[in-house]
Structures are given as C-alpha cells and as structure tokens.
Design a protein around this ligand. Structure first.
Ligand code: ACO
Length: 311
C-alpha cells in the first residue's frame, strides 16, 4: 500500500475585502496590487470567528469527502502560525469539536509550508504502521497579526482553512516523492514581532522564485517522472509572479495551475489545501493525474510533493 489523500475540504469566511476597500485604509491602489501580486480580493474572518472555527469547517468537509467519521481518525495535525492561543493547540480544539476521541493531536509551525510538513508527517505515521487515518489541516486567521497600517504587507494576506484526510491507497496511487527543507538563517526575512507580521518582501521574493521552481523539479525527478507527465500544479498562493516561475520551469500551461490567489490572497498554511480542495471539487484533478504541490514560507521553510491522484 502507498499513502495518499482520500478526502479534501475547505472553508473561507464570508466577509470579502477588495483592493478598493484597501485604498481607503492605506496608500495603495487596485492596479498596483493586481499587477504586483495577482490579488483582487481576500476573505477576512469576523471578530467572533477564530482559526479553530475555520479549521473545524474544513475538517468536517474533508471527513465527509473521505467518507469517514471522526472516530476513524488516529491523528489530527493542524498547520498554523495563528492559533487561537498558544495552548491548548488548535488540533486539540478540533479533536474535541469533532468528537475524534481516538486521535492524538499536534500543531505544526512551518508558516506557509506547514501543510506540506503535515502531510509528510502523516505519511510517516501511516507507513510506520502506527496509524491508518490522519486529518491534516492548514488554517490561518492572518488578519489578526496583519499590520493594517503597513501597505507592504496588509494587501497580501487573507483568512481561511483547508483540510485533507491522509490514508493508505492502492500501490499505484499516492505520494510518489517529497522534499522538505528549511533555512533558519533567513528568519529575519519574514517573522512576527509585537503581534504583527514583518517582511522584507524583496528577500522573500528572491528566495521563493528560486526555491519553488527548484523544489518542483526535484520532486518530479525523484518520482521518476518527466516534466511532461505533470498534469496539475498546486503552488502556495503567495504572489502570481512567484507561482508563474514554478509553472514556467515545469513547462506546463496556464490552465494546469491552481490559481485562487485572485480571490483569497495569501492564506499561509491554508493556501495549498484550499487550492487543492477547490480544484478537486471542480473536477479538474482526476484519478491517475500527476500533481505537484509546492510551498515556501517564513522560517524560512519549504516543501514539495508529487502525487499520483486517487485511492
Ligand atoms: N501599494 C502601492 N505601493 C506599494 C505597496 C502597495 N501596497 N507596497 C509597496 N509599495 C511600493 C514600495 O514602497 C516601493 O516603493 P519605493 O520604490 O518608493 O520604495 C514600490 O512599491 C516597489 O516595491 P517592491 O518591494 O520593489 O515591490 P515588488 O515588486 O517587490 O512587490 C511584493 C512587493 C508584492 C511584497 C513582493 O516583493 C512579494 O511578493 N514578495 C514575496 C512576499 C511573499 O511571498 N511573502 C510570503 C509570505 S508567506 C508566509 O510565511 C506568511
């Protein structure tokens, strides 16, 4: 048996903040944001809605898609840099709300690469024979650590959650290869201080346009595939220009790349599972397709994997 994703789900809050709304808050304009980032709107959670609330909605949807019940879960992993509070963890809150009494829990902090770290951690537990079904969630309420006076960052981020159930699949499906990495020396490029995100945009951009294409190609090669075999690319939705760098390096057409950044902005750990869930539910990813997931984030961290889709 191999390990793969057997169910996906996502959730975004109702409230939409447009680029035009942001023009009223900081010295920016729709044209600058669209052309430099690809973002047009982002969803922002209300005061009463926290990371765990969004994570819960995505989890319920992923469990239904996997045709599993909460009691079937052995482990819940939540990738987030914006937990409701330092402890109890979001994963413990989700375990309680789902009634997943058999599940162990753990939060993972790897910023935008967190979901990738989660899925690969799940794979190890499953292939070690310890667990059967692992729920991996990426959930963020970035709006609560966004500095709404800093135009360099506040235009980029949004809130939301995505989830996947990771489990055993047949031998000719599942995760074919992966790569996880980190470079702690780049920590000052993107960090939280005084409860706010601080970023050296140009440094992060330089790192990301190198790392995303490199990691994408690496996992394709490790999987024994050719670039032409890739049917779909799901990159972390940070900036359309960074995503395009990965797409061009793989030589795949525009319609074969998930692009939800326009609607949701950068939702950090939630961005890849939201995009994956949307594409699967839209019927764009089919049984047997080769897909590449790739992300990078604060830390600095990165992760990529190649999957042959299906159970
Ligand atoms: N509106 C208008 N002007 C702006 C805005 C804005 N919102 N933000 C910055 N500018 C200005 C700058 O002040 C600068 O003006 P100056 O030249 O007078 O100083 C000018 O626009 C150009 O700034 P640059 O930084 O060169 O713009 P760039 O083309 O690099 O785009 C951006 C900036 C979008 C932030 C880009 O660098 C980027 O996407 N970086 C990566 C960000 C990222 O991926 N972060 C990941 C976060 S993941 C995580 O772990 C949470």
């Amino acid at each position: 048996m191999a390990t793969g994703i057997i169910g996906v789900g996502h959730y975004v809050p109702e409230r939409v903040l447009t680029n035009f709304d942001l023009e009223e808050i900081v010295d920016t304009n729709d044209e600058w944001i669209r052309t430099r980032t690809g973002i047009e709107t982002r969803h922002i959670a209300d005061d009463g809605e926290d990371t765990s609330d969004m994570a819960y909605q995505a989890a319920v949807s992923a469990l239904a898609d996997a045709d599993l019940e909460a009691k079937d879960l052995d482990l819940i992993l939540v990738a987030t840099i914006t937990p409701d509070q330092p402890f109890p963890s979001v994963s413990c809150q989700i375990q309680d709300r789902l009634g997943a009494s058999q599940a162990a829990t753990m939060d993972i902090s790897a910023a935008c690469a967190g979901f990738m770290y989660g899925v690969i951690t799940a794979k190890q537990f499953i292939e070690g024979g310890l667990y059967h079904n692992v729920l991996v969630i990426g959930a963020e309420k970035l709006s609560k650590i966004t500095d709404w006076t800093d135009r360099n960052t506040c235009v980029l981020f949004g809130d939301g959650a995505g989830a996947a159930v990771v489990s055993s699949v047949s031998d000719d499906r599942g995760i074919l290869s992966f790569e996880l990495g980190a470079d702690g020396s780049g920590g000052q490029a993107l960090y939280q201080e005084d409860d706010k995100i601080r970023m050296n945009g140009r440094e992060v951009f330089k790192f990301a346009v190198r790392q995303m294409p490199e990691s994408s190609v690496k996992v394709v090669e490790k999987a024994g595939l050719q670039k032409e075999d890739v049917d779909y690319l799901i990159p972390h939705q940070a900036n359309i220009r960074i995503m395009e760098a990965a797409r061009n390096r793989l030589g795949i057409s525009e319609d074969k790349m998930a692009c939800s950044i326009k609607k949701y902005g950068n939702t950090s750990a939630a961005s890849i599972p939201i995009a994956l869930s949307e594409e699967v539910k839209a019927g764009k990813i089919k049984d047997g397709d080769h897909i590449v997931l790739v992300g990078f984030g604060g830390g600095l961290t990165w992760g990529a994997m190649a999957i042959r889709w299906g159970k």
